[in-house]
Design a protein around this ligand. Structure first.
Ligand code: IVH
Length: 709
């Protein structure tokens, strides 16, 4: 929460200068967290308050405006990993309005600037402000050439390969398009897709995104476009950059043209003739907000006539002809009736608030996340107090917050309304499902059930994970169906899925008589299961739900071993602690992306007899297809390569992604198995070792020639 501010009029120069210094640093930090790391630390409302305060101080003391003032720049510097693209026309930001009066003032300002009276006609458009990330798409002769993120507004990241896999983004424009056309709009993720992605990630022990915006940003900025392709991103077009010829004479006409050219445009965009009409439309959108199915954080108003837009121009970081009318942050007060503990696939105990149902921004909320034990106790991730150290107790009156987030949070507590008998919450130290001890690992805020294969909750979550989209992906057998089969004892372990027909499908009599199943759907299910008896090795590894092994790591592992038998044999060898050196373990750790934590998780998993019984039982049912190298005609297929020293033509991440796309394995250190070392300036011990082992060594340029990039 931001601190209360002293009125500007009461401040002297020295105080203002000090506060501006503080604000510049603070806002820069939040910009970096939001744009650079996709992990904002403050709510939009708090962030906007900081910016407004900065603007107010600068307006009163223009002489004190700093060179590094947040008002002079947009967003955060681009983060590395992708090649940079300079925007030919900068990507700008929008000023904000927070009240109906602010909107009236916006209209008056524009009229003043243009010399129009209150009675002169002046049309605006109004449309939802999509809470995603902006993207600039450059088309030349109707073909998508470059897609770039906003970055700092001047220079963004080249994410073309990823944009090419987003369905809403046309690769070719339909109809008559200007030769050069930069379309701008917002990449976003729908609520439903966000929830499904998080469910999938959670089951896989992967990053769970705080909100759809972060999920969209994280998905678009993947170095592996296969990952982007597996994330359901959407795109709305609402603006443009450079154009070889105008699309139309108005904002609304231009957006209509974008629609004709094949883009999705927003249905709520409409044209209005007064500030009152704009505000009325704002309230209509606000009412419908909860049912849109995607996050919006306000309504954007734009002057419709492009000639007037040109005359109005820009002030520092934003156009004078547009403004964003923001929604108020959504909070509500209710009672914390209980705390439920959910047990995840890897045993993590997650506390969930059971709330007296309350409407927050048009949505009835009865559950909210409480993150972990520390959060309930009033401690943040860094061990520092949050909520000034106030803990949460059952019976408390709490503030529930829902902004952008689909999962609401319990944000604060009203101590004055705490029942006298309320006691500090004692977080369970055993698993509520199986009773096994649930200790915290050093440095972790999460308690984890140690029941492993014996914990029923983990077993069910593992099953759900196994049938998830990135793993087995069986049509008609989702988390819901698995749960009912499991509850009825039809499926106890993953292998049972493949015995479903044998055990319960005789003449379909049993399954087709179950609620929700008929002859057709039962037949389809069995056919779909049969179809998945042949499974890709990477999907299988991922589907086992080993902690720390996500989709990407699973693919990397599958690529690093010739086939399943080789993989299992290697895993068995890794557990052999007798020998002095363990070559299998060294090989495993040598796979790029496999660190100590993941290696330990793999070794532990395959050494656990209960896990091995489940795996063996399963693999007997399956035909496992080894992962073929991505490209078979590249000169580096199947080669193990190591990069060392400074790369000058690309980032390390880009080099790695490129090598892998050509079917090479990228390792972190040099060994006898290394085929090629690519050494840039400053290469040291790895180069020496490669020379000793007589391994082929290339410069970065020679490597680029070799792969024909
Ligand atoms: S117009 C020159 N329209 O909001 C003005 N922006 O705060 C260009 N945004 O960077 C922006 N929905 O990422 C515009 N309907 C909409 C929008 C929108 C979301 C984002 C966009 C922009 C940011 C400015």
């Amino acid at each position: 929460m931001s601190q209360p501010h002293l009125p500007v009029e009461t401040l002297g120069e020295a105080e203002v200068a000090a506060e501006l210094t503080h604000l510049a640093a603070e806002i820069a930090r939040h910009d970096e967290a939001y744009h650079g790391k996709d992990a904002p630390e403050v709510s939009d409302a708090d962030y906007d308050a900081l910016r407004r305060r900065n603007d107010a101080l600068e307006a009163a003391f223009p002489a004190l405006i700093r060179d590094d003032s947040p008002s002079k720049r947009v967003g955060a510097p681009v983060s590395s990993g992708f090649p940079k693209v300079r925007h030919e026309a900068p990507m700008l930001s929008l000023g904000n309005a927070f009240s109906d009066e602010d909107v009236a003032e916006f209209d008056q300002r524009i009229r003043r600037f243009l010399g129009l009276t209150a009675d002169d006609a002046l049309a605006y458009t109004a449309e939802p402000k999509i809470d995603g990330l902006s993207l600039s798409l450059r088309y030349e002769k109707g073909e998508l050439k470059v897609a770039a993120t906003r970055g700092d507004g001047q220079e963004g990241e080249n994410v073309t390969r990823n944009a090419l896999v987003v369905e809403d983004i046309p690769k070719r424009l339909t109809g008559d398009a200007p030769d050069v056309l930069e379309v701008r709009g917002e990449v976003y993720m729908s609520h439903a897709d966000f929830a499904a992605l998080n469910e999938r990630n959670e089951a896989a022990g992967q990053k769970v995104f705080a909100n759809p915006r972060n999920a969209a940003a994280g998905s678009l900025r993947q170095l592996d476009s296969n990952i982007t392709a597996s994330r359901p991103l959407k795109f709305f077009a609402y603006a443009w950059g450079v154009l070889s010829e105008p699309l139309a004479g108005t904002q609304s006409g231009s957006v209509a043209r974008l629609k004709e050219l094949g883009f999705q445009t927003n249905n709520y965009m409409a044209r209005f003739k007064s500030a009152d009409e704009l505000v009325a439309h704002y309230h209509k959108i606000e009412t419908d907000r909860a049912s849109l199915g995607y996050d919006i954080d306000g309504v954007v108003y734009k002057v419709d006539d492009l000639n007037l837009q040109r005359r109005l121009g820009f002030v520092s970081r934003a156009p004078r002809w547009a403004i964003a009318h923001k929604f108020a942050a959504e909070t509500a007060v209710t009672v914390l009736e209980g705390i439920d503990i959910q047990v995840g696939r890897t045993g993590a105990l997650s506390p969930v608030a059971r709330l007296k149902p309350v409407t927050v921004g048009g949505v009835v909320v009865s559950n909210a996340t409480l993150h972990n034990e520390d959060y309930i106790a009033g401690l943040g991730g860094d061990g520092q107090p949050i909520r000034e150290g106030r803990d949460l107790r059952i019976g408390d009156t709490v503030v529930v917050y829902r902004a952008g987030d689909v999962i609401p949070k319990v944000m604060d507590v009203d101590l004055e309304r705490r029942p006298t008998e309320a006691e500090p919450y004692a977080f369970p130290d055993t698993c509520p499902e199986c009773g096994s001890p649930a200790p915290r690992e050093a440095g972790e805020a999460i308690r984890r059930c140690t029941g492993g294969m014996t914990c029923p909750a983990q077993a069910l979550e593992r099953l759900k994970h196994f049938v998830s989209r990135a793993a087995l992906d069986i049509d008609g057998l989702g988390a819901k169906q698995v749960e009912t089969f499991w509850k009825d004892g039809w499926i106890a372990d993953i292998a049972d899925i493949f015995r479903l027909q044998e055990n319960y499908g005789s003449g379909l009599s049993q399954l087709k008589n179950r609620e929700g199943w008929g002859e057709q759907s039962a037949t389809n299910l069995f056919a779909a299961i049969e179809d998945k008896r042949t499974i890709d090795m990477d999907r299988l590894i991922f589907g086992l739900g080993i902690r720390h092994v996500g989709e990407t790591s699973a693919r990397m592992l599958a690529r690093s071993y010739d086939d399943w038998d080789a993989f299992i044999a290697a895993m068995d060898e890794t557990a052999d602690t007798e020998a002095e050196t363990n070559a299998a373990l060294e090989n495993l750790m040598n796979i790029d992306g496999v660190g100590d934590t993941m290696a330990a998780a793999l070794v532990g998993f395959f050494a656990d007899p209960a896990a091995r019984a489940i795996v063996n039982d399963l693999t007997e049912q399956l035909t496992i297809v080894p992962l073929e190298a991505a490209q078979t005609d590249s000169p580096v297929v199947g080669k193990t390569v190591v990069f060392t020293g400074t790369l000058e033509r690309m980032t390390r991440a880009e080099a790695k992604a490129g090598a892998e796309a050509l079917g090479a394995k990228v390792a972190g250190s040099v060994s006898k198995k290394t085929d090629i070392l690519i050494a840039g300036p400053g290469a040291g011990s790895k180069l020496k070792k490669a020379e000793d082992l007589e391994i082929e060594t290339l410069t970065e340029d020679e490597w680029i020639v070799l792969i024909g990039a």
